[in-house]
Design a protein around this ligand. Structure first.
Ligand SMILES: NC(=O)C1=CN([C@@H]2O[C@H](COP(=O)(O)OP(=O)(O)OC[C@H]3O[C@@H](n4cnc5c(N)ncnc54)[C@H](OP(=O)(O)O)[C@@H]3O)[C@@H](O)[C@H]2O)C=CC1
Ligand SMILES: CC(C)(CO)C(=O)C(=O)O
Length: 324
């Protein structure tokens, strides 16, 4: 550790999720954030966080840089952790973070949705511990630097692969707890990834494609809720083929999260919908494409998920080419 009490951390991508953890970690570590579109605004005004859990109107000015190479040049001490909080777009981040990674030392923690997202980091940095994190933290950034965070904050943490030594993931769990986060360690965090994927692989593309918050989708037609459930059940079948078994009640528990918000008309805009609205690439491969491919490998049919993949993929390609 650069300091036994205050680890040195680089947080890559302080957007909706990253800014909240940046704020918490800044109390217990020396943390620098790599920013892109919100750099100028945050450099000048800092972040403002309006959180139903941590408080309203929290203002803080973090150390910010524009790139990992700039971060690495700040001083010669190695980073103890790099937290990846940007969107999970394959084949992009390992190259960018490379200058800030000290081989055999820096712990790489991925705070991202999806399944099958870790291996490219393990391939790029075979001597660094990889920590896989599942985050429940509904948050939005609008305008740049202003974060609205809703009713839950939970980070579920484990080693990748689950057979790797647990110590780095345990240390990260403790650090997050000390920072004030609700952090839980799991021997095999993939079960938590699949459980969250029930929500993300269904709601994220459905809301992104319909340009609607989840509660609005439910209310818009009597068929909607059963279609969402069917997609979740397809994801459950794929998870089962990989050894992660969920009961029908567990699936319905995930669906009930949105149903419970109908009476108060409190729809959530999943991150994929936010991306489409802002004209940003979407996490279609991490959240939908990977489970579809994993289903094919096991000979499982998942027609509704496949349809969502084809539509969301076309949308992503269109966004990527800037062709409206
Ligand atoms: N938002 C939510 O409610 C939740 C999101 N998640 C997951 O958490 C992860 C992060 O999501 P979220 O916080 O919403 O994403 P955001 O888009 O809000 O934030 C990601 C940040 O990363 C930045 N970034 C991307 N590439 C680079 C780069 N090359 N250099 C510097 N900065 C970069 C983006 O900058 P720029 O603005 O320039 O693109 C943006 O500020 C995703 O995997 C998401 O699925 C999980 C739970 C809830
Ligand atoms: C569903 C939600 C909001 C849960 O935190 C999420 O993971 C996302 O927006 O991608």
């Amino acid at each position: 550790m650069s300091s036994p009490t205050r680890p040195k951390i680089l947080l890559f991508g302080a957007g909706s999720v990253g800014a909240v953890y940046l704020y918490l970690l800044s109390k217990v570590s020396n943390v620098t954030a790599v920013l892109r579109s919100n750099y100028d605004s945050v450099k000048e005004n800092g972040f403002t966080i309006n959180s139903s859990i941590f408080g309203q109107g929290i203002r803080f000015i973090p150390n910010v840089v524009r790139s990992c190479s700039e971060a690495a040049e700040l001083d010669s001490q190695p980073f103890d952790y790099i937290l990846i909080c940007s969107k999970a777009i394959p084949d992009t981040i390992p190259k960018l973070m490379e200058p800030a990674v000290t081989r055999g030392h820096t712990i790489i923690a991925l705070l991202q949705n999806g399944i099958g997202i870790e291996q490219e980091y393990a391939d790029a940095f075979p001597t660094n511990p990889i920590v896989s994190c599942v985050v429940y933290i509904p948050a939005t950034q609008r305008p740049a630097g202003v974060i609205k965070h809703g009713e839950i904050e939970l980070i579920e943490i484990g080693a990748y692969p689950s057979t790797a030594p647990a110590a780095p993931a345990l240390a990260f769990t403790n650090l997050m707890k000390v920072s004030g986060a609700t952090a839980e360690f799991y021997e095999d965090v993939q079960v938590k990834r699949w459980f969250k994927l029930l929500v993300n692989a269904s709601w994220n593309p459905i809301c992104a494609l319909s340009l609607s918050a989840d509660v609005f989708v439910i209310q818009s037609s009597p068929l909607a809720i059963d279609v969402v459930l069917d997609v979740m059940l397809e994801v459950r079948e794929i998870a089962q083929a990989y050894g992660y078994v969920f009961s029908r009640e567990q699936v319905e528990f995930q669906l009930d999260r949105a149903k419970a918000r109908i009476p108060i008309n409190a729809g959530i805009e999943p991150s994929m919908l936010q991306d489409v609205k802002e004209g940003r690439r979407i996490e279609v491969e991490a959240i939908v494409g990977n489970p579809v491919r994993m289903a094919k490998e096991k000979g499982i049919s998942c027609g509704k998920l496949e349809m969502l993949y084809v539509l969301a993929k076309a949308l992503d390609v269109r966004i990527g080419t800037g062709d409206s």
